[in-house]
Design a protein around this ligand. Structure first.
Ligand code: PSU
Ligand code: MN
Length: 306
């Protein structure tokens, strides 16, 4: 689909027109999710992981009001810069940023939109947004979930972020018609932890199987997206019992300080990384790389002509 607001990077364009697989990457994790300089280092590493597998990266973002499928080094650095007041862009922010020529990092929701516009079927992230704890009172439900229900892009992730209410997030995904697929697992991975007690809808055991499932989903009428959930490797995963009280502490402080809306997820992640050592940050970085690697393998097996 050609869109007036969209710039497709020349390398992405070449890949798309010559049948080279492309994977989209989000950029809120760069602008709001990770501290500097881990953010820029990670952004570059993720692109390299894809390139080493023969897959073209398309990191998305909004630069001076232009939607970008693929960013230059300078644009990546701008989104990573701690001095820039950058927006965190979800679906509802997009028209505002375009019309006012602003810049920001794209969440999973906004990345899915840009990927769909550029005809890129697969994206990777660390973890998706979801229903926050106490969501039944606050109605804080990430627009990632409704986007998954409406936009035909496969999101490779480590499950919903561990700061969320995971059972409610799964319920909401079911309502939205979003298949939740476990890669080599029967239970939903919980971001920093490998497992939860929540079953996934289907288990797959190979990148080939993932690619077939995505092809089928995208061919269904009015199909939305789907989640491919990839657990952290055993050695890097952290036990849930260890993490759960740290998350409760972060949620407590957010409530006490009146943090809500789009600031909540970045606050909770920063609180965890500041107060509980860099073990969690390391797990987040591993997760991003691990998911990007899997997205590359799936993209290589994906058949566009289906
Ligand atoms: N994964 C990470 N760190 C992040 C995010 C994902 O490892 O910061 C971002 C994603 O861009 C996701 C967003 O879409 O957090 C969710 O924010 P919210 O809960 O406000 O919708
Ligand atoms: Mn929210």
């Amino acid at each position: 689909m050609v869109n007036n607001f969209l710039d497709i990077h020349p390398d992405v364009n070449t890949a798309l027109s010559s049948g080279i697989p492309v994977v989209a990457l989000e950029s809120t994790v760069i602008s709001h999710g990770l501290p500097y300089p881990d953010n820029i280092e990670t952004a570059l590493q993720l692109e390299k992981i894809l390139l080493d597998e023969g897959v073209q990266p398309a990191t998305t973002g909004i630069i001076n009001g232009r939607l970008k499928a693929g960013l230059s080094r300078k644009e990546l650095e701008l989104l990573a810069s701690p001095e820039q007041p950058l927006h965190k862009v979800s679906r509802r922010d997009m028209a505002g940023l375009i019309s006012q020529e602003l810049s920001g990092g794209t969440t999973v929701a906004a990345t899915m939109m840009i990927a769909a516009m550029a005809d890129i079927p697969i994206m990777a992230t660390g973890g998706i947004g979801g229903v926050h704890k106490h969501g039944e009172q606050t109605l804080d439900i990430s627009a990632d979930l409704t986007e998954l229900g409406r936009t035909p892009v496969a999101v490779v992730c480590g499950g919903p972020k561990a700061i969320l209410d995971l059972p409610k997030t799964l319920e909401y995904l079911e309502t939205q018609g979003v298949p939740v697929i476990g890669f080599g697992t029967d239970t939903l991975p919980a971001f920093y932890s490998r497992e939860s007690d929540l079953p996934v809808d289907f288990r797959i055991n190979s990148a080939e199987q993932a690619a077939r499932l995505i092809e089928c989903q995208l061919e269904l009428p009015n199909s939305g997206g789907l989640l491919i959930c990839n657990p952290l490797p055993e050695e890097q995963a952290l036990p849930w019992e260890e993490i759960s009280p740290k998350i409760d502490d972060a949620v407590f402080h957010a409530k006490k300080q009146g943090i809500h809306g789009k600031a909540l997820t970045p606050f909770l992640l920063q609180h965890l990384y500041q107060h509980h050592g860099d073990q969690l940050l390391k797990a987040n970085l591993t997760l991003l790389k691990h998911n990007t690697q899997l997205a590359a393998m799936i993209a290589r097996n994906f058949n566009h002509t289906h």
